[in-house]
Design a protein. Structure first.
Length: 526
């Protein structure tokens, strides 16, 4: 259960990204309570008090727009700081430098003939353990919940740094690459000694090179450009080649340990050597870490509610922590899709719901199938009493976890800028923000009433009566950097959280950070 935090910390957890363009292949979630409001003004609209969408009249923003200030520093320095050396890459670099220091220590005290294979395998397995552990839901929640404890009186510079904990993926990738480099050194040393002394068998040498090839393939397909183009392939290879590598690691360790026990001058049992090996314990922890989420694999029943041809809401009765991100799948061993979840507004009803936007192959197929089923039910109503939709069985795995937007709690005044179905995670934060926190919503989307329904839209007005809603169907797509800066100036906010597709998120976060405004958003590192 989540602990009871003080007012500054009793808030939300969501990190589902929202789609801004129908062409973007991004899976998103939408909050189960919201409301939208139309506007036909040349700028944007503010929400006024109303009980239904029909009661809302467009209203113009009368404030004179603030001109965007020039970007700070030179273009070269901005590129280095905000593009080349992002926090994610700085973490990656620190991990890699730490491993280079370890390599220097080993080479300083030994040469190719005296280096212990056990040292190289320990470094490799330790890095792989860190890489796998940091992606586990329990560890992720620990990182975020530690960040939530930072009070508002801490200087903004420190809170701004703490809010970057969502870039923990730099630890994952840095340790994975470093571990592969250590294993490359291990394989090279094995090959040299085999060619010079023939102290290892051919099957053992082949097994070692096979592991190295699998690791290289995993790294290659995880390269950002390839990962974005072949994301489904990336998920499959990351999972199955990773599992295969761990299985082969175990086989290699047993063979190497057996070789050591046979070549030992004094009789030593295989088990005695294993329990003294750091690599054995690293592999043991890795195996437990990989198995644990699958022990929590469950098949839940969801009640579908079609909101439109672009959005679907799934209701469930299971009790989960508030503001959680839930991973669901129709094929557990193929692909998983995370979505923000939202508790029921009725305190007497257990469970909650999630709203899914048509932003990728899987979500589009799911929405289309439920839309077709709803059409068939409506047709049959002419001949029989109306029937509720049948439950939808979907697999759920692991522990619900926190996300980027949950970090808004460490700022007393924030802006949440979102597009499309990102309104879901945004509303979960708005509706349950700390009592004394100021939070302003900016929502840019097309035809929100038609897409998300009146019930969802009305909740927006309840969450933030002064929210800035931009209907792109009537107004076209605005310059969101300009809009965010305008609202930031007027509200004197400390930070801006951006939830959109990758292109828009990167553009807005960069545009604000380049002008000295703390901005945060998902980084698409997996």
């Amino acid at each position: 259960m989540l602990p009871n935090f003080p007012p500054a910390l009793n808030f939300d957890v969501d990190d589902i990204i929202s789609s801004y363009s129908q062409d973007d292949d991004i899976e998103k979630a939408v909050v189960h309570r919201t409301t939208f409001y139309d506007t036909s003004s040349s700028d944007a609209s503010t929400l006024t008090g109303a009980t239904s969408y029909a009661d809302l009249a467009p209203s113009k923003v009368t404030n004179t727009p603030h001109k965007l200030p020039p970007k700070r520093y030179t273009q070269f320095l901005r590129h280095l700081r905000l593009t080349v050396f992002t926090v994610y890459r700085r973490i990656f670099t620190l991990i890699f430098i730490a491993n280079l220091i370890g390599l220097y220590v080993i080479l300083r005290s030994a040469n190719a003939q005296t280096i212990e294979l056990e040292d190289l395998s320990t470094w490799a397995s330790a890095n792989f353990l860190i890489s796998i552990l940091v992606r586990q839901d329990v560890f992720v929640n620990l990182i975020f919940r530690t960040a939530w404890l930072v009070p508002w009186w801490v200087p903004l510079r420190i809170r701004r740094l703490v809010a970057r904990v969502y870039t923990y993926g730099g630890i994952h990738s840095g340790a994975a690459v470093a571990g592969t480099m250590w294993f490359f050194a291990f394989t090279t040393l094995i090959s040299i000694r085999f060619s010079q002394q023939e102290c290892y068998t051919v099957p053992f040498l082949v097994l070692t090179w096979l592991i190295l090839v699998l690791l290289a393939l995993i790294l290659l397909l995880a390269f950002p450009h390839l990962r974005s183009i072949y994301h489904n392939t990336f998920e499959m290879t990351h999972r199955f080649l990773g599992w295969a590598s761990i299985a082969l690691f175990w086989a290699q360790l047993l063979l190497l340990t057996y070789h050591s026990s046979q070549s030992s001058p004094t009789p030593t049992s295989l088990g005695a050597i294993l329990v003294q090996s750091p690599t054995f314990w690293n592999l043991f922890l890795i195996t437990i870490t990989l198995i644990y989420p699958w022990l929590r694999l469950r098949c839940w029943s969801f009640t579908p509610e079609v909101l439109s041809s672009h959005a679907l809401r799934l209701h469930f009765t299971h009790r989960i922590h508030r503001f959680s991100c839930l991973s669901i799948s129709n094929s557990p061993f193929k692909e998983w899709h995370p979505f923000a979840t939202f508790p029921s507004l009725n305190a007497n009803e257990p469970g909650g719901s999630m709203v899914i936007s048509a932003a990728g192959d899987w979500t589009t197929s799911l929405i289309q199938s439920q839309t077709q089923a709803q059409t068939r039910r409506h047709t049959l109503q002419c001949f029989a009493p109306p029937q509720p939709p049948p439950p939808l069985r979907i697999w759920v795995r692991g522990t619900v976890k926190a996300g980027v937007l949950s970090l808004s709690c460490i700022f007393p005044r924030v802006i949440i800028l979102t597009t499309g179905s990102g309104i879901g995670p945004a509303l979960s934060s708005l509706l349950d923000k700390p009592p004394t926190q100021f939070c302003r919503l900016i929502w840019s989307t097309r035809a929100p009433l038609q897409t998300y329904g009146e019930k969802l839209c009305v909740e927006v007005e309840k969450a933030d009566p002064d929210a800035l809603i931009i209907d792109t169907t009537n107004m076209g797509r605005p310059d969101l950097v300009q809009v965010a800066y305008q609202v930031w100036r007027e509200t004197r906010a400390e930070a801006v959280f951006v939830l959109s597709n990758e292109k828009v998120t990167r553009k807005v976060v960069y545009g604000l950070e380049a002008r000295g405004i703390p901005a945060f958003g998902p980084i698409w590192d997996s």
